[in-house]
Write a protein that binds this ligand. Structure first.
Ligand code: FRU
Length: 488
């Protein structure tokens, strides 16, 4: 495996030409997907700036062009009219100023009259590699031009260098703008700090640290925070780092939320109860980002990085890594966030598989399973002798669903555990599973839980089987996301 030098990871991209050969090689991979947003070359991590503006959805991702490594980060731009079909629009924010000399890190978007403002963290490093984060702004004009505006504010000296990922929030009642940032206190506790202004482009001042009763000591850094309002509930979404959680093996980075009430006067988020809810029960999900629905305040759309910090994946050897999850419809039900696949995806169903005549599982497909009660064991991508695969089991007595990927030939990130479990108080009655060459997203019981995982089946792993009482349908799925080469 290639060892990357700092110079190679932080090389500045000058022309499209420099990536042509890498892209040609990348798209030949057996693991390239057909209906997920994936890195055009190199590495993709967090989704950024997800927003609807003048009939178009904009979604950006953190992009390191050179290979499957975290290095100099750009914002890569993709667009869609329906949240299902996406087109590559090229690089949007380049780290080319003193403030962002070592990366244009994650952030969010605010639609304006004639464009979209993009708020991001400029990751500055001095020659001795000391980090100083800056909160920066780009005006992405309707014509497609991205113009950097004056710096909003610099580092807050009362916290460590870990302060980043601005989420811009407009509060209508107060006619005020807020920026929430993920941060770390000097005694190494994760938190959210808040800035405020009367104008989205200037006059920002520090408002204070968000108080979250019961969560004063919950991981050592909170990344990618946001405060959303859905169906009248306030939701604090964030990624606490360096802690373990029940049912999550030895994984130390999590993406989750608290449901409760946000008081902007006292900067207090009061959770409804003491539980931190995981957003996704699978192996690979992080840095979730929410876009408001332009027509309906009772729902939003959520997308996440189908990956984890400090992780490695089998395609690293092919010099690319990372994809986003499917965008999901987000609602509140029974005081929980519910994630469901978008209805528009059904239009991409192709041929229905005749499951009486074959047990070969298409590499790009949707499976629907309706349970009739009792235990279930579903093996996806098992071998011809029936062993191995991604194993989904439901234990009816324990009312517990488990996803186990230890049976796959390609095993990775095993130190964090190879099983994920979730309690289903009402039992298991429905699964919708979306498979796209190197990923599986399992939606349980109309959105009660979702398990998103990368999987990398080999040619010998191509069958499926079910033990248990359920009816199953499988459809092949057609391409919805272009995999073309657009850079500048
Ligand atoms: C989360 C994260 C963010 C940061 C970005 C850099 O995965 O570490 O906190 O802005 O990735 O790519």
């Amino acid at each position: 495996m290639k060892i990357w030098t700092k110079e190679e990871r932080y090389r500045v991209l000058k022309s499209t030409e420099e990536l042509k050969e890498l892209h040609e090689r990348t798209v030949k991979s057996d693991y390239r997907q057909l209906y997920h947003i994936q890195s055009v070359t190199g590495l993709l991590n967090d989704p950024n700036g997800f927003v609807f503006h003048k009939g178009l959805w904009h979604l950006f991702y953190q992009w390191c062009p050179w290979g499957a490594v975290h290095g100099l980060k750009y914002w890569y731009h993709t667009v869609s009219k329906d949240l299902v079909t996406w087109k590559n629009a090229g690089v949007c924010i380049c780290p080319d100023t003193e403030f962002d000399n070592k990366g244009a890190y994650s952030g969010s978007a605010l639609p304006t009259e004639d464009g979209v403002w993009l708020y991001y963290t400029g990751n500055h490093r001095d020659d001795d590699w000391t980090r100083r984060p800056y909160t920066c702004l780009v005006d992405l004009q309707d014509g497609g031009k991205a113009v950097k505006l004056p710096l909003l504010f610099g580092m807050n000296e009362d916290y460590t260098e870990h302060q980043r990922d601005p989420k811009i929030i407009y509060n209508k009642e107060k006619d005020k703008y807020y920026i929430v940032l993920g941060a770390q206190t000097k005694d190494k506790r994760g938190c959210v700090i808040i800035y405020q202004s009367d104008s989205p482009t200037e006059g920002w001042s520090f408002a204070g640290k968000l108080k979250v009763p019961g969560f004063e000591s919950f991981g050592d850094m909170w990344e990618c925070p946001s405060i959303e309002t859905i169906s009248g509930y306030d939701v604090l979404i964030f990624c606490p780092q360096h802690l373990t959680l029940p049912g999550r093996g030895e994984a130390v980075h999590h993406s989750g939320y608290l449901l409760g009430h946000m008081d902007w006067d006292t900067l207090t988020f009061t959770p409804d109860n003491t539980s931190f809810h995981v957003l996704d029960f699978g192996f690979d999900s992080y840095a979730a980002e929410c876009a408001a629905n332009p027509d309906d305040k009772n729902k939003a759309t959520l997308v996440a990085w189908m990956g984890l910090p400090d992780a490695s994946y089998p395609t690293d050897e092919e010099d690319w890594s990372g994809c986003l999850t499917l965008p999901r419809e987000l609602r509140v039900r029974d005081r929980r966030l519910i994630q469901q696949p978008l209805d528009e995806l059904r239009a991409f169903r192709g041929k229905q598989v005749d499951i009486e005549s074959t047990d070969i599982l298409p590499r790009v497909c949707e499976m629907e399973l309706i349970g009739r009660g009792g235990d279930l064991e579903l093996r996806l991508f098992s071998k011809a002798d029936g062993t191995g695969g991604l194993n989904v089991t439901y234990d009816d007595a324990a009312k517990e669903i488990t996803v186990d990927r230890s049976g796959m030939a390609h095993r990775f990130n095993t130190a964090w555990g190879e099983q994920r479990t979730r309690q289903l108080s009402k039992g298991l009655f429905h699964l919708r599973i979306f498979i796209d060459r190197s990923s599986a997203e399992i939606f349980v019981n109309d959105g009660d839980a979702v398990f998103s995982s990368r999987i990398f089946p080999t040619n010998a792993e191509e069958r499926w089987q079910l033990n248990g009482d359920a009816s199953v349908h499988i459809w092949e799925l057609r391409r919805a996301v272009e995999d073309d080469f657009v850079v500048f």
